[in-house]
Every structure is written in structure tokens, then in C-alpha cells.
Ligand binder design. Sequence first.
Ligand code: IMP
Length: 175
Amino acid sequence: MNDYTKVPEVMISAEEIAQRVKEMGEAIARDLDERDLTVVGVLKGSFVFMADLVRAIERPLTCDFLGLSSYGSATESSGVVAITKDLGDPVENKHVLVIEDIIDTGLTMAYLLENLATRRPASVKIASLLSKPARRRVEIDIDYLGFTIEDRFVVGYGLDFDGRYRNLPYIGTMD
Ligand code: IMP
């Protein structure tokens, strides 16, 4: 039995996240010019980050969600990805910003980019709160990155272990 009452150690505080998310939102708004943006959150992990990030982008935008589930153990992705919830609207000819919680092996994002390309968007950019480059198996060009972290399993601010800890206001370590 897992003990979900264990309090994870702080790796990135809520204050550090808030500051970085604000900077990312400003950078995205600057790059957008006059273009309308469709922000696509990858569920479930990105929902907390996305909620804060869109409020930091002072430009017109629409929000949509894509549910992805990657098979594997609680802490390892296998690269086999299933769409559990598809986009609500077509993204053809739209400027898309994909929001991820973390790019780890990169397999999930590689799958997603391939899938999105078939829908003919005008452009696709990626914003990820975290990146673990030590574990990368496919190269991913992250346009807006919050923090690069070492190879440790993290939870909080949307990221889970066994479905728990998504509501933690900071990024913490479990090991
Ligand atoms: P990738 O396909 O290996 O890049 O994994 C991407 C997905 O694995 C993320 O969207 C997370 O849901 C999950 N993941 C990877 N590393 C962690 C972690 O340290 N904590 C929680 N989830 C993680």
C-alpha cells in the first residue's frame, strides 16, 4: 500500500513557479503579434500549469484539451499512447500552442506532434513546465520551457504519482 500522506520535498517552490510562468506568458504574448492562438492542454497533467499560463498571456486565445494516456508503470512511459479525449474543435489553419507538464523521454510529445500534423494547423509550438533531458529518447524542440530538472521523479502542480499529488502547489520529489 502506498502512503499518500507523505509530504514531498520541495524542488521548485510555488513562488518560483509563479514567477517563471509569468515570464513564459509574456514571452508567448510577445511572439504572437496579432495572431489568434489555440492553446491545447494535454490532460491530465497540464491542467494546473495551463490555468496559470493562459492568464499570463495577454492576447486573445481559445483553449482546448486533448486527453492522452501513455501506457507503462506508474513512473515509466512506454511510448505507447492512447487518445482518451480528442480536441473539441478542428485546428486546421490555426496557430497551436501545446501545453505539457513535463517532457521526459519525449515519446508522448513526438506522438502528439505527429498526430497534430495530420490536422494541418498553421503552426505548432510547445510550452512545457519541466524537461528532463537526461532521459530523452527522441529530440523535442521545446519553444517555451519553465525549468530543466535532473532525473528525479517529481509530483505536484498537476503532476501525479498514481493519480495523487496533482493538487500540491509546488513541484516536489518523492524518492
Ligand atoms: P514522456 O513520454 O516520457 O516524455 O512522458 C511524458 C509524460 O510522462 C508526462 O506528461 C507525465 O505525465 C509523465 N511523467 C514523466 N516524468 C514524470 C515525473 O517525474 N512525474 C510525474 N509524471 C511524469
